[in-house]
Design a protein around this ligand. Structure first.
Ligand SMILES: *Cc1c(COP(=O)(O)O)cnc(C)c1O
Length: 393
């Protein structure tokens, strides 16, 4: 799909009602569980009968779904889900029974848990890999493809990049090309990057999933997800899953998400600038390790420069001890100690407080979701909290 507008314009201009006298500028919120049918005697097709019921569709979803498709360069409308994890679960269901899912070892914990739960009941196998190690990932995909030779959709490569919370950067084009060659499905969780920074479908990925809760909605006031694909069969399977398993989005939430999406480009631009500036200032502390692909010293820097249109606005710092990290989260007053990311406000979280966080994530690691506040206010608050934390270690 060729894009008519630059993304900065598209987020503002797309998905408006037709321009007619007295038409509203914004799509309406449609609060209805059921829709009038035609009961057309001439056809058996459900489509001919329209939306029918609120689990199959809602006019409030459509503008947002079209906007997402435009941003991700999808040939088909996006599919909004009740949460990011509902979209993740629907995508994981695309794997044939008995198949293999290859996932990053550092990955959104809910996605890993969903996959591991399915593995525990024998639905498919899960293999975890270092997604930044292209040869290791390709070897794992090759081995799985060989094991499942002849079975359609038996191998899925799940990519998250940059990863949560280690911010490793995957070689997306290389991984997708190799997997495609072997007939493996590729799914990219594009939540951290947003379509402004990376558009996985344009390098051949089969499916993109989003936690709309994060940057796309952007105000920490909705829980929502989405899946996108240009493949009609995969689209149909995802749509069927949503309609029948029933993880459908509320119309209010989708309306809020479209409202939030209007400022996506501005929010991402500002929060990325803030993150870059903070990462540089943090680099002056010898006691602290900073992980951020924008830093020249970061292992993912060269790949990020080559493949991404920005470095994102999540950054991590590793304090010398878990106690020091905890003291930082207790000493901040502007930053909010909380999970989640992608909102206008800056959040800070010690990741290993989660029982299931992989032990390869350092105990002193703090994940910072940088918001759109003035960078000096963020810095002054953080600097003070770091002094407290380092004194505690
Ligand atoms: C938050 C998140 C999810 C899950 O989305 P929810 O909207 O919380 O269900 C999935 N992937 C990533 C990368 C996330 O950050």
């Amino acid at each position: 799909m060729t894009q008519k507008w630059a993304p900065e314009t598209a987020v503002v201009e797309t998905a408006r009602p037709p321009r007619e006298r007295d038409a509203p500028l914004n799509p309406a919120v449609v609060l209805s569980s059921t829709f009038v049918g035609t009961h057309d005697l001439g056809t058996d097709s459900a489509d001919a009968d329209g939306i029918q019921y609120g689990r199959f569709g809602n006019p409030t979803w459509s503008p947002f779904e079209r906007a997402l498709a435009e941003l991700e360069c999808a040939e088909l409308p996006g599919l909004v889900f009740a949460s990011g994890l509902a979209a993740v679960s629907a995508a994981l269901e695309l794997v044939a029974p008995g198949g293999t899912v290859i996932m990053p070892q550092h990955c959104y914990l809910g996605s890993l848990s969903a996959a591991k739960d399915s593995a525990a009941v024998g639905r498919f196998d899960v293999i975890t890999v270092d997604i930044a190690d292209t040869d290791a990932v390709n070897d794992a995909v090759s081995a799985a493809a060989e094991r499942h030779a002849g079975t359609d959709r038996a191998v899925m490569l799940w990519i998250e990049s940059p990863t949560n919370p280690m911010l490793e950067v995957a070689d997306l084009p290389a991984l997708v090309a190799h997997a495609k060659n072997l007939g493996a499905l590729t799914v990219v969780d594009n939540t951290f990057a947003t379509p402004l920074v990376q558009q996985p479908l344009t390098v051949g990925a089969d499916v993109v999933v989003h936690s709309v809760t994060k940057y796309l909605a952007g105000h920490s006031d909705v829980v929502l997800g989405a899946a996108l694909t240009s493949d009609p069969a995969l689209h149909e399977a995802l749509h069927h899953h949503r309609s029948i398993r029933g993880a459908v989005a509320g119309p209010w939430e989708v309306w809020l998400a479209l409202r939030g999406l209007r400022t996506l480009a501005l929010r991402v631009e500002r929060s990325q600038q803030n993150a870059m500036e903070l990462a540089e200032r943090l680099s002056d502390y010898p006691e602290i390790e900073v992980r951020f692909p924008g830093l020249v010293s970061d292992p993912g820097h060269d790949r990020a420069v080559a493949q991404l249109k920005g470095f994102g606005s999540v950054l991590c710092v590793v304090l010398p001890t878990p106690a020091a990290a905890r003291a930082v989260t207790e000493a901040v007053s502007l930053w909010t100690p909380a999970t989640s990311l992608g909102g206008v406000e800056s959040l800070i979280e010690r990741r290993r407080r989660h029982a299931h966080e992989p032990h390869s994530v350092p105990g002193g690691l703090l994940r910072l979701s940088v918001g759109i506040e003035h960078v000096d206010d963020l810095w002054n608050d953080l600097k003070h909290a770091l002094a407290t934390g380092l004194a505690a270690s």
